[in-house]
Design a protein around this ligand. Structure first.
Ligand code: F6P
Length: 520
């Protein structure tokens, strides 16, 4: 189906032409504008009102979603159809957080029992580590956990562990992702090998960075403590049981991954095992419960108030009608420091595609460029461009209304005042006769205000972003769940590594010169 040839899209576009030059502020003249575009869900306030759209446009968007058979697309995902067509896989991160035991079939097999089994294993494993029952090679309990993984096997857990700092227990948690030895060197200086547990998270158990780092550390253990140490200090999450066993990991310490969970959607699975280690199994379950609440909302709610659908409408509005190419994510919460990184993978790896579901080149713009940093820091670096630059960047502000655990409540108020002020300034602007002091305004933003950062509210927020990404992909008719675009660079890197030993491959002259520069 060609989204941008549907009748509903044509109607939407016609309406767009009539409002595109309006000031956003004038939309509030409509008595229902604020009510139509603000929502309360599961302890989170969503404000989509400061945007260049109006109540009428929403109706056209809803018609568009319906004509695009979005409801059927959502059902296809939730019911395990093979919607990741290029890889012939189901996409069922939602099954991982389904709280009831209603069967979910993949190729005729109900996957809920194996999910429950995996949960039980994670529960018992984290229980042993946290209670001190799990002992290292010298008989001492674990003090430090290192998550070795990259991309989806790193960004989700890392982001969640920081976001839920208030729920942390006694374990020190570290993340090792890059092949740059800088981090590995620093990590090894910091930890005590006798009391450290390494969690290798790699769906494929073949990612260069992850496996290289893991093997270097494995080598150190074998040298220092002998082969037996491996089973006591390494566990893994992978689909590749044989490879993991060859590494020396005990079968009972290999936690399952499934091909129906994509890396960037996997924090809800065993791939997120560092999360229950950091905040306890019960809180991990609460995180999933928050996501499950949003899943039900997404699956059942009318598109007029369907939060991920609304967010996706905005992406389409800006990307495909206004022609804005990027979107910024600015958490006014240091806890969410890694949210922009996580969203970059989620959104850009999912939707950075140029062929349709029927394998034809797209004739329209797809995935946005996602970027951001925490406020207020960002105000003092790139906000100048947001306010007075020639490019328009829709901004997503995220904050928590209260931070119960701080001793400095006044600071928290200042933080929020800044966020509210930025959104207001972006929309209102400021008329000044002196050109360089003039703020044009009319710049859009979404505000997401969590009552409080809890496992539940974070789970809801993350599921919202996942489904927003899925809905955008559906409108663009692209596959959000493969990532062939990362392969070429990986292949070339292996070849170049060989060329570092002896330059044999005929590269372009710039690359050859660079290789020579490195190896000389
Ligand atoms: O290179 C991209 C990627 O495949 C991501 O999609 C994935 O999250 C990451 O690498 C890690 O993969 P794995 O879990 O197999 O090590």
């Amino acid at each position: 189906m060609k989204a941008f040839e549907t009748d509903s899209w044509k109607n939407l576009k016609k309406h767009f032409e009539t409002i595109k030059n309006n000031r956003m502020l004038s939309n509030f003249d409509h008595p229902e504008h604020l009510k139509t575009f603000t929502f309360d869900f599961n302890g989170i306030y969503f404000d989509f009102s400061k945007h260049r759209w109006d109540v009428e446009m929403l109706k056209y968007f809803v018609d568009f979603a319906e004509e695009m058979q979005t409801r059927q697309a959502i059902e296809a995902m939730f019911t395990g159809q093979l919607i990741n067509k290029t890889e012939q896989r189901a996409v069922l991160h939602t099954a991982l957080r389904q709280l009831d035991d209603k069967p979910v079939q993949v190729n005729g097999k109900n996957i809920i029992p194996e999910i429950r089994k995996a949960e039980e294993r994670i529960k018992s494993f984290t229980g042993k580590v946290l209670s001190g029952q799990w002992k290292g090679i010298s008989g001492n309990p674990v003090t430090d956990v290192v998550n070795i993984g990259i991309g989806g096997s790193d960004l989700g857990p890392k982001m969640v562990v920081k976001a839920l700092s208030d729920y942390r227990n006694h374990l020190n948690i570290h993340f090792l992702s890059n092949i740059d030895p800088f981090e590995l060197d620093r990590l090894l200086d910091k930890i005590d090998l006798e009391t450290t547990l390494f969690v290798i998270v790699s769906k494929s158990f073949s990612t260069q960075e992850t496996l290289t780092n893991a093997r270097k550390i494995q080598g150190i253990y074998i040298k220092q403590f002998g082969k037996n140490a491996i089973a006591k200090h390494f566990v893994t999450v992978s689909t590749q049981i044989d490879k993991a066993q060859d590494f020396g990991i005990a079968p009972e310490n290999i936690f399952p991954m499934w091909d129906w969970v994509g890396g960037r959607y996997s924090l809800w699975s065993s791939a997120g095992i560092t999360i229950p280690l950091a905040i306890g199994f019960d809180n991990f379950q609460k995180l999933k419960a928050g996501a499950y609440a949003l899943d039900k909302h997404f699956r059942n709610e009318d598109f007029h108030q369907n939060l991920p659908a609304l967010a996706a409408f905005l992406t389409i509005l800006y990307n495909n009608l206004y022609g804005f190419e990027t979107e910024a994510y600015i958490p006014y919460a240091d806890k969410l420091q890694y949210l922009p990184d996580f969203l970059q993978q989620l959104i850009m790896e999912s939707n950075g595609k140029s062929v349709t579901l029927s394998n034809e080149p797209v004739a329209w713009q797809t995935g946005n460029i996602v970027w951001g940093n925490t406020g207020t820091n960002a105000q003092h670096s790139f906000f100048q461009l947001l306010h007075q630059g020639t490019k328009i960047v829709p901004v997503n502000f995220i904050a928590e209304k209260q931070n119960k655990n701080t001793r400095f409540k006044e600071n928290h108020k200042m933080l929020l005042a800044n966020m509210v002020a930025q959104a207001e300034a972006l929309m209102m602007g400021d008329v000044n006769k002196t050109p360089y002091k003039h703020f044009e305004g009319n710049r859009p933003s979404t505000i997401i205000l969590l009552d409080e950062m809890t496992p539940e509210s974070l789970g809801t927020l993350l599921a919202y972003y996942e489904h927003k990404t899925f809905t955008e992909a559906w409108f663009w008719q692209i596959n959000a769940f493969d990532q062939f675009g990362v392969e070429l660079g990986k292949r070339l890197a292996n070849r170049i590594l060989e060329d570092f030993k002896q330059l044999t491959y005929p590269h372009d002259s710039s690359t050859t010169a660079l290789i020579k520069r490195i190896i000389d």
